[in-house]
Ligand binder design. Structure first.
Ligand code: PMP
Length: 443
């Protein structure tokens, strides 16, 4: 009930007093300081803070290995990878870390062209354009595609980069209830009638924007139903696959493949390379005409430095592994592993009595904490036992819907996950977040 929204005041959890500097997305030590992280399955925590007997804050420098349950390194391509790394190093030597130029001013290397071809082929669209940052892909593209006199209908939990791009476009924005196709249809019906020709509508263009997997909810998009509605009302669709491309689907091609949606039915496919591909940047894939149009009109294409060549090489190499074009079955194994790991971890958490959001096959699994005061206790106690989790709270979620967000990777071994489950179970009892306690079996 306190007004301590920024968390500067001490919160007493009955464990000890400590400070939360900001209630936000982070892996934190007990004093709310972010700890260093690498995207590997295990990483070194190099800084820790503790109180000595006189209750003075002391920095301890002992390094400890932590299991990383916070990274988006879904397929384990970030950090050490024996197929990608030598090629990435080669590209670094050949092209240097940066082109120091925009795409149109000498910043397009052979790698950039190859990357766009590979991405288009991988996601199942005729063409693609890539950008140096995933966030900027949404926030820079939407203002190019949409403007005054256009209507954007956006899922209520769409990522901030989408919200930013939509607002920046000047289009009118309507929001539909998260992942609720019937509400999307209601919102559409307020604006246009079924069968009304595009030329007779009050809007020049209407674009529905959804995500493949929602990053704070771990939920899969109800894409087949949403696509059916969009086709019925003849409106355009924009799908952000940041968390689903590479991570789900039989061959890693995202939610369309997983849910049996024809990619021809999604007008604009967006995604990032920062998760499953272990790199950075983002893409838009669509028709040849759309991509050509973006290449001539998108300021982020001709005013921003092109994606770094080693980052581009990393994506090309990981796509080849995923598709088995490196001559091995490692890609298929990674895909099988992330699926098995995710489904195993989710069902074990549920059996223990945790409230876990999201769907099967999704590697994102939020464990509900609800009370924001439980955030630092949960993350600190896990960290003490060498398990690093990201906690998420206001403003990334509503104030009273705080959660720990577990991200599962193909790089986790079964033993890693079993160890993590033991730790999370103990900490869950300590912090009191097993909201569905399991009845002990009666003999
Ligand atoms: N879209 C979604 C759905 C995201 O979750 C994110 C960030 N995680 C982005 C876009 C931005 O991507 P990036 O971090 O690669 O800039």
């Amino acid at each position: 009930s306190s007004n301590n929204l920024q968390g500067y005041a001490p919160i007493c959890l009955g464990l000890e007093d400590f400070y939360i500097r900001r209630l936000y997305l982070r892996i934190q030590d007990c004093f709310g300081r972010p700890i260093s992280s690498a995207p590997d399955a295990w990483f070194d925590v190099v800084e820790r803070y503790s109180k000595d007997n006189n209750k003075t804050l002391k920095r301890t420098s002992n390094v400890s290995r932590c299991l990383n349950l916070g990274s988006y390194n879904y397929l384990g391509f970030a950090a050490k990878d024996e197929y990608c790394t030598p090629r990435v190093i080669e590209s670094l030597k050949k092209y240097s870390p940066s082109t120091c130029s925009t795409r149109v001013d000498g910043g397009t290397t052979a790698l950039h062209n190859e990357l766009e071809e590979q991405v288009a082929r991988f996601v199942g669209k005729p063409a693609a354009i890539v950008f140096g940052m995933g966030y900027a892909t949404n926030s820079a593209i939407l203002p190019v595609l949409m403007g005054k006199g256009n209507l954007i209908i956006s899922d209520s939990l769409n990522h901030n980069s989408i919200v930013n791009g939509a607002r920046g476009s000047g289009a009118t924005i309507r929001v539909f209830q998260h992942n609720t196709p019937s509400h999307l249809e209601e919102v559409l019906r307020e604006q246009i009638a079924e069968g009304q020709p595009r030329t007779h509508r009050p809007w020049k263009k209407i674009l529905v924007i959804v995500e493949g997997i929602y990053s704070m909810e771990g939920e899969l998009c109800k894409l087949p139903e949403i696509i059916a509605i969009c086709k019925k009302y003849k409106v355009y669709t924009y799908l952000d696959e940041a968390h689903s491309i590479g991570a789900v689907g039989k061959t890693g091609r995202g939610v369309c493949e997983l849910l049996g949606v024809d990619t021809a039915d999604v007008d604009i496919m967006m995604g990032t390379f920062t998760k499953s591909f272990g790199s950075c940047g983002g893409y838009i894939a669509g028709s040849k005409e759309l991509i050509e149009y973006l290449k001539y009109t998108c300021p982020a294409h001709f005013y921003a430095t092109s994606i770094s060549p080693p980052a581009a090489q990393q994506i090309i190499s990981s796509i080849k592994v995923i598709l088995g074009e490196d001559g091995s079955s490692r890609g298929a194994q990674k895909l099988a592993r992330i699926r098995e790991n995710s489904n195993f971890f989710r069902s074990e958490l549920q059996k223990m009595g945790f409230e876990v959001l999201g769907d099967n096959d999704s590697p994102v699994m939020p464990i509900m904490l609800y009370n924001p005061a439980k955030i630092p206790a949960f993350s600190r106690e896990c960290l003490k036992q060498n398990v690093a989790v990201v906690t998420v709270a206001f403003p990334a979620t509503p104030l009273l819907l705080a959660r720990a967000r577990i991200c599962i990777s193909a790089a986790h071994s079964k033993e890693d996950l079993v160890k993590a489950l033991e730790v999370i179970s103990r900490v869950g009892d300590l912090v009191g977040i097993k909201y569905f306690p399991v009845e002990p079996e009666k003999h």
